[in-house]
Design a protein around this ligand. Structure first.
Ligand code: PMP
Length: 458
């Protein structure tokens, strides 16, 4: 099909993120115009159920009047200010107080960023600064995991454990180590139980720490439920073992709650669902339900005290972003937290989770589906060439992308992560809309199976 005028203008002027650039020139983008609730509409007026909350972020759906009003009010009162050099403002204070109230561990201070990547970048700088302040200047390496996603700035992309984020970007930078991904279906050995798998990969982590030297390692970073690496829910018992190892080696646990945070897994925080307590937290995305870019780092008292001591010795704490604590983001964030409470969003997610689990579970019988996994209202459907052997398709065959395209044709936006289809609808979705989502996905899976057979892709 020839490109529409708006599509042609798009490809002439935009470098699109995370896009197969060579194909976009011919297909053009899907240009969206407006949204309401869980639905978005393209420039042709076609309706789509947004099954990914955008990028795992618009948790309250589209067109929420309370959020819009909070933004409007703040814009007219004080559209911009900052927190540098001893300045302050009410929205930043208020949101920090609320974050401290709902945090899963004692939090002393909140540091604002504009994104999840900046939050994780900040985490690493603060871990380094902390270890310098407490006289451990050798303790600097960071352990992340294969298939982790922590963002795309130079350090965040280094922490990310996906080849596409490293290859030809000359990453990861030195000092970043990747340990096992806790994905039993994909990385468990033949006949290995989940408990044995946990023991083996925990042993590998211990061995890595021993090999590198605990006195050279500052922190371990992890998403409780892994998101953009393919929606991976670690086995029971995994995190308690990891925490035990980190504590024994004086290594900070940085909890990346950028997707998990604010109800997604059926608790305020993913670490609560997964049963562990971290040292620090990164959050973003649903913090404002994505209406305004905002991220935050939640820090314990002892790190803050170390920073104060360092400031006494060397002067200004030299880190901060122009838009860190932007009043618009903070006002909308505070309103989003209000709404999560007043509409009992965590309760909603818990109420819908059994339906989500049942519907995704049903897909396991489909000839294309090797594995399904979920937590709360986030899930992944892994497509395989052969169910018995778990053999994947060759990624260049684009089966996952074909399935996402088939969803789009059905009026459903989902995301293909390789050959895993991710599902992460707005948490305000109704039971009927959730059924609609899975009905459409089932049709799209059948279309994809027909495509696989026709093209002989097995
Ligand atoms: N951490 C996690 C767990 C994420 O999923 C993402 C984004 N998908 C990020 C960090 C990076 O956030 P941003 O794109 O806002 O920089």
């Amino acid at each position: 099909m020839p490109l529409t005028n708006v599509q042609a203008r798009d490809v002439q002027s935009l470098l699109h993120p995370y896009t197969q650039l060579h194909k976009l020139v011919d297909t053009g983008p899907l240009v969206l115009e407006h949204g309401k609730g869980v639905f978005i509409y393209d420039t042709q007026g076609k309706e789509y159920l947004e099954g990914m909350s955008g990028l795992w972020c618009a948790g309250l759906g589209f067109g929420d009047e309370e959020l819009i009003e909070a933004a409007r009010e703040q814009l007219s009162r004080l559209p911009y200010y900052h927190l540098f050099g001893g300045k302050g403002m009410e929205p930043a204070i208020e949101l920090a107080e609320r974050l401290k109230d709902i945090a899963p561990m004692p939090v002393s201070k909140v540091f604002y960023t504009s994104s999840g990547s900046e939050a994780n970048d900040t985490q690493i700088k603060l871990a380094w600064y902390y270890n310098n302040a407490r006289g451990k200047p050798q303790k600097k390496k960071i352990i992340s995991r294969v298939k982790a996603y922590h963002g795309v700035t130079v350090m965040a992309a280094s922490l990310t454990g996906l080849p596409g984020n490293h290859r030809d970007f000359d990453l990861p930078v030195a000092g970043v180590l990747h340990t096992d991904c806790p994905h039993h279906y994909r990385f468990g050995e033949a006949g290995e139980s989940e408990a044995e798998f946990v023991e083996r990969i925990a042993g590998n982590l211990e061995a890595l720490i021993e090999r590198e030297g605990a006195d050279t390692i500052a922190a371990f970073i992890a998403e409780p439920v892994m998101g953009a690496g393919g929606v991976i829910v670690p086995p029971q018992g995994y995190y308690p073992r990891i925490v035990e190892i980190l504590k024994a080696n004086d290594i900070l646990f940085i909890d990346d709650e950028v997707i998990n945070g604010f109800g997604r897994t059926g608790n305020w925080w993913g670490c609560q669902t997964m049963g562990f307590t971290p040292d620090t937290i990164s959050c973003a995305k649903q913090l404002t339900s994505a209406y305004v870019p905002l991220g935050a780092v939640l820090l314990p008292e002892e790190m803050y005290q170390a920073f104060v001591e360092q400031s006494r010795k060397i002067g200004t704490f030299g880190h901060g972003f122009t838009y860190g604590g932007h009043p618009l983001g903070c006002a909308v964030g505070a309103k989003a937290l209000d709404i999560y409470k007043s509409r009992d969003i965590v309760g909603r997610v818990r109420g819908l989770a059994p339906q989500f689990a049942a519907r995704i579970g049903r897909l396991a019988d489909h000839p294309l589906v090797g594995d399904v996994r979920c937590s709360g209202l986030v899930g992944g459907v892994e497509l395989v060439a052969d169910k018995a052997s778990r053999r994947s398709f060759d990624l260049t065959q684009g089966v996952g992308l074909a399935c996402a395209k088939a969803c789009e044709a059905e009026g459903l936006i989902l995301r293909a992560i390789g050959d895993t289809i991710a599902i992460c609808p707005p948490m305000v979705i109704s039971a009927e809309e959730l059924d609609m989502l899975f009905d459409r996905l089932e049709t799209a899976l059948d279309t994809t199976e027909a495509h696989v057979r026709r093209e002989n892709l097995r």
